[in-house]
Write a protein that binds this ligand. Structure first.
Ligand code: ZN
Length: 371
């Protein structure tokens, strides 16, 4: 196994509110680096706080842990806000440049998007305020507790402000996207715009880092800026590519012709005559091109065999609901998310006239061109 593969490997460290929290091995490097820098600072003297060797290391470790807890708290409030909007959370990942709460799907509305995006920076502002408040309870400028709180307050303030930069996938970019989405109703276009902002902001951060190195010899800050900038560039570019050019595939390009069952079809008839010819995990149920629902084999398995000859397809199908169909112009990225989360693993495709025109099954997207 190559070194970079080892470093990107993730370990689960905790489960908070039922959400798994993972870190990758690069995190340990950053943890060590941060502890070392802080300890060195405390030994040399941070304001009037000067600690001996062992005390400096202990305070360095505690401060680093609190900084990472701050990042976790930030991500956790995104996650809880998302749960409040009815979105499941797959996991929270802590990486060297912060964290990421992985949501199972995109928010349904600009309002939900706004709430989820704003929750993180709001939490960081609150943590900063609390730490600032605690500073007043300590021996100002002289105690180790004061120094720790000062760093935590500063760290959280930076986390909040940095994340509010208006470039996707930063929180500020998501807030901006919710606004553009609200104004135009076009999620895809809003995503394109803010991921472009994300790339400009990434470039600015990189240029800033190089400038700091040349002008002030602040090499550590420069290196950090460049790394953060590259990371953000990569993330923003990936989103942008997924929504533009030849990568912006729509449902129409990937759907297959639907195999539709009449709602009145007997299950036994379906199993004897349709299933042997069409090896699919699910089928559209429609009459005269109007979608009635989706029948999945998984649902059908729950029906005892002796009921097959007296049960109609319409009695075991999933009745039509907005999560079971899309328009031909829906971006494929969005359709794939929907299929992952709607329980059917498939989508009917309905045109403007309300007629069934196609079918999508996860893992079976028709390939077009050589990608
Ligand atoms: Zn955030």
């Amino acid at each position: 196994m190559r070194l970079d593969q080892i470093l990107h490997r993730q370990v689960r460290v905790a489960r908070v509110f039922g959400i798994p929290v993972r870190i990758d091995y690069r995190w340990f490097i950053v943890f060590a680096l941060s502890t070392w820098l802080l300890a060195a600072n405390f030994q040399r003297g941070f304001w009037e706080v000067r600690l001996d060797d062992s005390a400096a290391w202990v305070v360095g470790i505690v401060t680093t842990l609190l900084l990472f807890a701050s990042v976790l708290g930030h991500e956790l409030s995104h996650a809880l806000a998302a749960q409040g909007e009815g979105i499941e959370i797959d996991e929270i990942v802590l990486h060297p440049f912060g964290g990421l709460a992985r949501l199972r799907r995109e928010p349904d509305s600009p309002r939900a998007e706004f709430r989820i995006a704003a929750a993180g920076p709001a939490a960081s502002f609150i943590f900063a305020l609390v730490a600032y408040g605690v500073m007043y309870l300590t021996d100002w400028g002289r105690s180790a507790a004061w120094a720790v709180c000062a760093i935590i307050a500063g760290g959280n303030l930076m986390l909040a402000v940095f994340n509010l930069l208006p470039g996707y996938p930063l929180d500020g970019g998501r807030v901006m996207r919710s606004y553009l989405w609200h104004r135009s109703g076009q999620l895809d276009q809003a995503t394109r715009t803010v991921s472009q902002f994300g790339q400009w902001i990434a470039m600015t951060i990189i240029v800033f880092g190089v400038y700091m190195a040349y002008e002030y010899g602040a090499y550590f800050m420069a290196l950090w800026s460049v790394l953060v900038g590259l990371f953000l560039w990569d993330a923003a570019r990936a989103v942008w590519r997924a929504h533009t050019g030849r990568h912006a595939r729509t449902v129409a390009e990937a759907m297959t012709a639907p195999v539709a069952l009449e709602p009145d079809t007997l299950v036994s008839h379906f199993i004897d005559t349709v299933l042997p010819i069409h090896r699919q995990e699910s089928f559209a149920v429609a009459r005269q091109r109007r979608l009635h629902g989706i029948l999945t084999l998984a649902d059908l398995k729950k029906l005892p065999r002796e009921h097959w000859h007296k049960t109609r397809v319409s009695e075991v199908m999933r009745p039509v609901d907005p999560r079971l169909f899309v328009a031909p112009s829906t971006p494929l990225v969005r359709a794939a998310e929907l299929m992952k989360s709607n329980g059917a693993g498939a989508l009917a495709v309905i045109d403007d006239a309300g007629e069934l025109v196609g079918y999508l099954q996860s893992g079976r997207l028709k390939r077009k061109g050589g990608q």
